[in-house]
Structure formats: C-alpha cells, structure tokens
Design a protein around this ligand. Structure first.
Ligand code: ACM
Length: 547
C-alpha cells in the first residue's frame, strides 16, 4: 500500500539537490569492461564502430561479421515502393540522423540498386512477428526488414544505437558514422512493454509527455499508461461532466495550479505516441482514488456533500458511492468518452487501494465497471486487487506487490493467472520508478525500499511469482508516480537509467539476462543519454563512460 508523508517544501529542495547531484556526476566514471564480441564497449575509439549488439535492450540474435557501413553525404534512405507507413518510419529516421551528420539523407521510393539505408516491409518472414526486424549491415549498406511498420521502427532504434552517441546531438558533429557489419535478428519476449506516467499528482504538459514518449521509443517500449485521475487531480476533459476537469483538475500535490488535457490535446498525445509505435493506455482509477471527481460533483457522494479538493499525498480515503445509480451513469459517460478518444485496445480502471469501499461493494462495483469497459469495446486492465473481485474474461491484471507482499495475496494472483487472467508485472520494489535509488536520492519515496539499478533489473518476470508461468505474463511496466516528481528533470532522474532495465526485461530473451553484461551495455548508453539531454542517475553500480 502506498502510504505517503507530505513534503511541504520538497520540490524546491529536490531541485537544488538535483543540481548538486548532476554537478558531481561523471567525475567517478570507472573504466568499462568487455562488451559482446570482446571489442571495447561503446565504440570509444573514433575509428572502431560500436560492436554489433552493444545496445539496450539486448537483441535476440547477433551475428557480427564483415565490413562496417559508413554513412556519407550521398547516403539515401530507400523504402519499398508505395509503402506509406515505411516511408513514415524512414522520415523519422532521417529526422534523427540529419542534424548531427549534416547530411541531406533524402528518403526515396525505389528499389534501384543496392547501397544506402533500405527499409523493407515484407509479408513473408513470419518469424519476425508483429514487432520483430532484421538488420543486415555491410560495406555497401544497411537493410532493415520487418513484417510491420512497428518492426521497422524498432529496427530503426537499433540502427540509431549502433551509431556513435553523438548521432543524438542536435547540431553538426564529426563522424565517422559507422555501423558495425553483421546481422541482428530480433523479436521481443513480451508484447506488453510499458511505462506509466502519473499526471494526476503533478500535471505534465503535452510537451513533457511527448519528450518522455521519445525517450521510451529509443528503448522499444510500446505502451504509455497515463494515470489520468486520482485524489489530487482529474486530467482529461469529459464533455458530459465538465467540472471533472475544470474543478477537479485545478490543483495538484502541494497546491500548484494543476491542469488537464483538452480532448484535442489528449488526441495529440495519442497520435504522437502512435507515430512512435506506442499505444496509449488511459487509466481512470476507481472506486478509490476519486477525491477529485467527488469534489467536482456533490451528487457522486453518498452524503451528497462534495469534499474539498485535496493536495496532500495520503491514499485510501475516497470512494465513489457504490449504492447510487448516478455513479454508474458517471462511469458509463467517462468510459464512453475516453474509449471514443482512444484507438488502443485497453482501458485501465484502477481498482487499487479502495480502503474506503467495503469488500462487497468493491466486488459489485468492479463487476459493473468492467462490463461498461466491454460495452465500449475495450479490454480491462486493473491493478492486481481486481483478483479479489471477478476479473472479466480477457482482462489484464497489473501486479504491483513486492517481496513482502503476503503469500496469500500472491497466491490469489497466481490463481487468477491459472484461470486465464494475464499479468503485467510492475513489482514496486523493482519497477516503481518513484522509489529512491538510495537514501540520498533527492526526490522519490521509499515505502517499497531503495531500488538501485541492479535491483531494478536483476529478476526474471517469467519466474517471478510462484505459480505464475511465463505464458501468463503479458509483459512488464515501469510506473512513475509523481507525488515528488514535478518536472522533466525529475522524470529524467527517476526513470533513467531504470527504465532501460525495464525495457530490457520486456524485450530481451530470458537467456540473455546477465547483470554483468547488462551493466556494461548500460554504461554505453551514458553518452547517448547525455547527448539527448537526459540528466540520469549516475549509479555507482555502472561503469559509466563519458562521451
Ligand atoms: C498503486 O501503487 N497503488 C497501484
């Protein structure tokens, strides 16, 4: 259970400490070790390309060999004739590569001659699946092959990471821009690889969300879960209940102005995420975590009295009124309007920490709320407390327990899994990005303990919960709760580098899981994150290299 203290002057203090921490970072960079293939990791020598496969997440299969490919001012990006979606991926790639190389990199629709960068969509190659790709690199060119635009897009992220970190700079840099020779064939372990941003405790603008989306895409994350409502704020316009946003969205933790997304802004986020092959999973948390809604409409309260807005960080004190029929009108309207804005498959209905709802009421409420989600054509996701009610057929359950969670609770989740409910794993003492790394982390919480980079990475989702087979795991998600997180600099510090570990747990085969190898590949991402302006936690567990 999330039990939070309040942090009156925390944000200012946190920002100051963040500046100090950033200033101190980088001084103690330790030497790197061997990377895959035994070459120096990270392509540190300007003349040697980064070893093939020295990327995050680790690819499923790497066969290095042959000469590297070198981008030149004459390089063109070729796409299959007429493949519009491949062309979009090619345009994205060109946008990544042009500023730092200074090359024109025209995108051309042709098949004329070998050489250059080639993006190929093919209906064959069933083994590449929905998101896989193959990258073949040699002296004459680099070819990416996939069955889907998403596969090509993930291949582009691999190509990008094989290039020197300075490729990420937004002004012209010196090459050479080389990609090591050989073949990568890569498919994900799990289809659900998510990150959650809590935009309720602190509101984040569309621009801030897009920045995080771009960061996620680099590591092949494919779900953005937005926690759109909680006690402290309602963050999405609902036409049939306008005060949810205008009143319920008018503040946040600590009493700042809050905010909400208009429908156009939410659609803009959804479209931007789709352009990065991420699916948005909207969450409206119910029946608890609803003070912002209860404060906006007196009639939603059992006693008919609207509570004041809430800007603290306690949990478990609010509940929709399960006995009132208007509650279900509200749920229907909200679910209908959000489903209509959301092309993705899922609608998350929360269901956690309903401590002010009786068990009987909880079960009755979740039954009706799940039926409403189905009515509007979406698949339910709920926090794992839903396994204490009746998870709908096909629902996904998001596990956020920790080592000390009781055996009985773990067994209840395992029984649901054995009965066909698939799980998203977000163990709080592994993947909650709001947990402090150490006692010295300037922001964050610690109710689940301190979670350093190794602890966050070093576990196996497929063998994590007793009685839950790998086949019952849909994937992993790293949630970022924002009681103490209020800026993009804060997101950078808490999510990076742990988000990369979550991405690797979701993508890479279990057989490649190895902390010693991972920490070296992660070290190679330091200069890349720096080039992208990501002010990450310089964990002493990682032998960071400087650019
Ligand atoms: C949660 O952390 N209450 C899902």
């Amino acid at each position: 259970m999330r039990q939070h203290r309040t942090f009156p002057r925390f944000r200012l203090l946190g920002s100051l400490l963040l500046v100090v921490a950033a200033g101190a970072a980088g001084l103690g960079a330790a030497p790197g070790g061997a990377a895959p293939g035994g070459a120096p990791p990270g392509g540190t020598a300007a003349s040697a390309p980064r070893p093939l496969g020295d990327i995050v997440p680790a690819p499923a299969s790497v066969r290095p060999g042959g000469d590297p490919y070198t981008l030149t001012p004459r390089t063109r990006i070729h796409v299959d004739d007429g493949a519009r979606e491949a062309r979009r991926v090619a345009a994205y790639l060109a946008d990544v590569l042009r500023p730092s190389t200074g090359y024109a990199l025209p995108v051309v629709d042709d098949d004329a001659g070998p050489g250059g960068i080639r993006l190929r969509l093919t209906g064959r190659e069933a083994a590449l699946g929905e998101e896989g790709y193959r990258l073949e690199s040699g002296r004459r060119g680099v070819t990416l092959t996939a069955r889907t635009p998403a596969g090509l897009f993930h291949g582009v992220q691999t190509l990008r990471q094989q290039l020197p970190a300075s490729i990420e700079e937004d002004t012209r840099r010196r090459g050479p821009w080389q990609v090591a020779g050989g073949t990568i064939t890569d498919t994900p372990r799990y289809g659900y690889r998510g990150a959650m941003l809590d935009v309720s405790r602190h509101f984040f603008t569309v621009g801030q969300v897009k920045r995080y989306i771009d960061q996620m895409a680099l590591y092949k994350i494919n779900k953005l879960h937005l926690h759109l409502s909680d006690d402290q704020g309602w963050r999405i316009a609902i036409d049939s209940w306008p005060r949810l946003a205008t009143h319920g969205g008018s503040t946040q933790v600590g009493g700042g102005p809050g905010g909400y997304y208009t429908k156009a802004q939410y659609k803009d986020i959804v479209a931007y995420a789709a352009s990065r092959h991420l699916e948005v999973v909207p969450e409206i948390d119910m029946p608890g975590h609803t003070n912002a809604a209860l404060a906006s409409y007196a009639e939603l309260n059992c006693d008919g009295v609207a509570p004041p807005l809430y800007t603290g960080t306690e949990v478990g004190f609010s509940s929709l009124c399960v006995a009132k029929e208007i509650t279900y009108d509200f749920v229907d309207d909200v679910v209908r309007e959000i489903a209509a804005l959301t092309p993705g498959r899922y609608l998350h209905i929360g269901g956690d920490e309903a401590h002010s709802t009786s068990h009987e009421d909880y079960v009755a409420f979740m039954d009706r709320a799940q039926a409403t989600v189905a009515t509007y054509g979406k698949t339910v996701i709920g926090w794992h407390q839903l396994t204490g009610a009746n998870p709908a057929r096909g629902a996904l359950v998001q596990y956020w327990g920790l080592d000390r969670t009781s055996d009985a609770e773990k067994a209840r989740v395992a029984r649901a899994a054995q009965n066909g409910t698939r799980l998203i794993l977000s163990p709080a003492d592994r993947l909650y990005l709001d947990m402090k790394y150490t006692k010295d982390t300037p922001i964050g919480l610690s109710w689940a303990g301190y979670v350093e980079v190794r602890r966050s990475y070093d576990w196996d989702p497929g063998a994590y919960l007793p009685g839950v087979p790998d086949s019952a795991v849909a994937g992993v998600e790293a949630p970022l709760w924002t009681e103490t997180v209020s800026s993009s600099a804060h997101i950078d510090l808490m999510a990076f580098p742990r988000l990369l570990g979550a991405a690797e747990l979701g993508w890479s085969p279990a057989a490649s899981h190895d902390w010693e190898a991972y920490r070296l590949r992660l070290a190679g991402q330091g200069p890349r994150m720096e080039a992208l302006g990501i002010d990450f936690h310089r964990s002493p567990q990682v032998p960071w290299r400087t650019a």
